[in-house]
Design a protein around this ligand. Structure first.
Ligand SMILES: *Cc1c(COP(=O)(O)O)cnc(C)c1O
Length: 446
């Protein structure tokens, strides 16, 4: 066994980790992590610092990426077969079958008109590329002053500097890096929407007011704006907020009318998660630029893609620069592309829609009773996304531990205990997740 995979008992591993490794948004001496001892299908085997072992249903899909479950035989095979050919080659001056096939698949799957693909090595990087594309597009159109972005409050687009700049200005860590983050423009969160008979419905007056603010803002700032960026229909890491498809349709219309591009960040919403293949499909709109990531490789490897329309590509190609100014070392990594091809194939062959709508029904049934708990403000479900919003901040270590004791892995944030389970979750898995979340919230928060 290679040195890096040498088995160690969980308590020892956790002790060695602490103070050595940074974890996401956490201090070096933060709460002890759990050690992963194994993962298969929808199950995680975890070990705690105190030596307790847990077999848990995974309610998180490893931050919404492992949609086909762990050790999926189809994805394992795709990875091993590509490793037997070549694992990585540079993309400057070279191409290969996994990249070409993946790009063709993405163009075929995404809403019509998105014909060109940039393969990025993470979601944040794909957002950086989307922002560059928009600025280079405006430059190509002879509008060099259009370099700013209009984004939504409550949005999340990644952790690199330009991506942080279009995240919610309060939650998005702007205050920690004041002089380094370009000031962008923000619209209020679009009005919340609820599912009603397969439609996402919002209050019509609220929506009309929001559209008014959108129109005013763009009218005042159009000469400095390159694009509108948003997460279509569901804001994920910024608060699991589903909003009116009418807001998305209005953004499309106002962008087109004013020479702005629309960037659809589908890194969380894409590939079926909301019950449509893409969040944009809820409003029947096609963004000019779309980012896909997270579930793209079924959670196996880091990969994202930025797609753009022929119009965007033409403007850049016709400009003096001619090229899109980006090119990471691991661009188009063959292992990641090969697994992504297999993952997209599996999405279709396994019937993502039935999987997601089955999970949606299961989550509705099993999470609904949580609404009667005193600590719960609201329960909402959209596609394979279930959210229990508390009236105050979640006691994250306590709820995490309580859920594990009930056989469920969750990772709450702020006032949200939520689940985005793998699409391969069985009805029993979904029932376990729902019951576990309900009971963990009741036990810790009453
Ligand atoms: C996760 C996420 C990102 C960032 O992707 P990383 O791979 O973590 O860099 C960007 N946008 C949205 C909507 C996301 O959910």
């Amino acid at each position: 066994m290679p040195e890096c995979a040498a088995p160690a008992a969980a308590p020892e591993l956790i002790a060695r980790d602490r103070g050595l490794l940074w974890h996401p948004y956490a201090p070096l001496d933060g709460d002890a992590p759990y050690a992963v001892l194994g993962a298969s299908g929808t199950r995680l085997s975890l070990g705690a610092a105190d030596g307790t072992r847990f077999e848990a249903v995974d309610a998180m899909s490893s931050w919404w990426s492992a949609i086909h479950g762990y050790r999926n035989p189809v994805l394992d095979r795709a990875l091993l077969e590509q490793a037997g050919r070549f694992s990585h080659v540079m993309f400057g001056g070279l191409t290969h079958a996994p990249a070409v096939e993946l790009a063709e698949r993405l163009v075929a799957m995404t809403p019509g008109g998105l014909d060109h693909v940039f393969l990025a090595d993470s979601g944040s990087v794909s957002v950086e590329v989307a922002l560059k594309l928009a600025v280079q597009y405006q430059l190509g159109r002879g509008r060099p002053r259009r370099t700013r972005f209009l984004a939504l409050r409550g949005g999340y687009h990644g952790d690199t500097f330009a991506a942080m700049g279009v995240c919610d200005p309060v939650d998005g860590m702007h205050s920690a890096f004041p002089s380094l983050i370009a000031e962008q423009l923000f619209l209020p969160r679009p009005p919340a929407a609820r599912q009603l008979g397969g439609e996402l419905v919002a209050d019509a007056d609220e929506l009309a007011r929001w559209v008014g603010v959108l129109e005013d803002t763009v009218a005042r700032h159009r000469d400095e704006l390159a694009a509108i960026i948003l997460e279509p229909v569901l804001q994920g890491a910024g608060g699991m907020h589903a909003y009116a498809p009418g807001a998305l349709a209005a953004a499309r219309r106002v962008a087109s009318d004013n020479g702005l591009l629309l960037i659809g960040d589908e890194i969380a919403t894409g590939l079926g998660r909301t019950g449509k293949l893409f969040g944009s499909d809820w409003a029947g709109v096609v963004p000019d630029i779309m980012c896909v990531g997270k579930a793209l490789t079924g959670g196996y490897l880091t990969l994202a893609a930025t797609l753009c329309s022929a119009d965007v590509a033409r403007a850049i190609t016709a400009s003096p620069l001619r090229a899109l100014l980006h090119g990471p070392t691991f661009m188009g990594n063959p292992l990641a592309c090969a697994v992504a091809c297999a993952s997209l194939e599996l999405l279709v062959s396994a019937g993502w829609k039935d999987q997601v709508l089955g999970i949606e029904r299961g989550l509705q049934a099993t999470l609904a009773p949580a609404a009667s708990l005193a600590a719960v403000r609201e329960v909402r479900v959209l596609g394979a996304v279930g959210v229990v919003e508390l009236t105050g901040p979640v006691n994250v270590p306590a709820v995490t531990r309580a859920a594990l004791e009930l056989g469920v892995w969750v990772r709450p944030f702020r006032n949200l205990v939520y689940t985005m389970p793998p699409y391969t979750s069985t009805p029993e898995d979904v029932a376990t997740i729902g019951a576990g979340i309900r009971a963990a919230v009741a036990r810790v928060h009453g």
